[in-house]
Ligand binder design. Structure first.
Ligand code: NAD
Length: 252
């Protein structure tokens, strides 16, 4: 893809799954990548792996819900690689105990809000001044098809993911004239480590039957879309919510 060689980017929540696949793809396209994760060792392992194949990457601890930690990962990108061109805000969590509205404890909503909404707000506050300093760049946020599709079994995750769509549209509108693009990817069912541990073979089979595609998603499917949005090939995509899901939900 165009324009990624030498660009500097952060992948938050890049220790495994979709984030790790995205970090690898970005590095393969020539970007310099800072990988942050609550599990700092996972982030360092992914970075080490990228370096062992000739890429450029650094892994560090990140608590995305902390403004100080978000400031630190941005500082790491600037100090190590000279600036910041894009930020993939991908981390998520807080879904334990998230059930339907009548039974979901408010503490679960608060935890989900901190991880799935506030972290993206803080990421934007930390990253945007540096991206603007470079003359523009990209924010790419990972949401979920659950934010738009209706989820009878849980309330907090779709609510707190949906807020990211408004955040991206705000950033796109406010900073578009300064060269900033902000977009959201909503993955469908992607077979990451996190998902696989909860899935029975039967669920996977049902999931596959439910989509007009030959297979379920792989982390690399989402990584490709994020990388496009970070690259110059995505230069005219701004303020959009993209559903990358093998056709599971078809949306305008
Ligand atoms: N896999 C799917 O089917 C699917 C579907 C829809 C949306 N998504 C979204 O895609 C993204 C990645 O999903 P995944 O399946 O790769 O999940 P994952 O759990 O493997 O990845 C999330 C990463 O974020 C890290 N993280 C969690 N809280 C953090 C915090 N406070 N600070 C820093 N890092 C933190 C985790 O340690 C983990 O490495 C998430 O935003 C998820 O909601 C995934």
């Amino acid at each position: 893809m165009k324009g990624l060689k030498g660009k500097v980017g952060i992948v938050a929540g890049g220790g495994r799954g979709i984030g790790a696949a995205t970090a690898r793809r970005l590095a393969a396209e020539g970007a310099h990548v800072v990988i942050g994760d609550l599990q700092g060792d996972w982030a360092r392992e992914v970075a080490e792996d990228i370096r062992s194949t000739g890429g450029i990457a650094t892994g560090i601890d990140l608590d995305g819900t902390s403004a100080e930690s978000q400031a630190a990962i941005v500082a790491c990108a600037v100090e190590t690689y000279g600036g910041l061109d894009f930020y993939h805000s991908n981390l998520a969590g807080g879904t334990n105990g998230d059930v339907d509205i009548l039974d979901c404890p408010v503490e679960v909503l608060d935890a989900s809000f901190a991880i799935n909404t506030k972290s993206h707000f803080l990421a934007s506050q930390a990253a945007l001044p540096k991206i603007i300093e470079r003359g523009g760049g990209a924010m790419i946020y990972t949401s979920s098809g659950a934010a738009a599709g209706g989820a009878a079994w849980q309330v907090a995750y779709p609510m707190t993911k949906n807020a990211i769509h408004a955040l991206a549209r705000h950033v796109a509108s406010r900073f578009g004239k300064q060269g900033v693009r902000a977009n959201v990817i909503c993955p469908g069912l992607v077979l990451t480590e996190a998902v696989k541990q909860y899935l029975t073979d039967e669920y996977v089979e049902r999931g596959l039957k439910g989509i007009p595609h030959t297979r379920l998603g792989q982390p690399e499917d989402i990584a490709a879309a994020v990388t496009f949005l970070a690259s110059d090939d995505g230069a005219w995509v701004n303020g959009q919510v993209w559903h990358v899901n093998g056709g599971a939900q078809m949306r305008d």
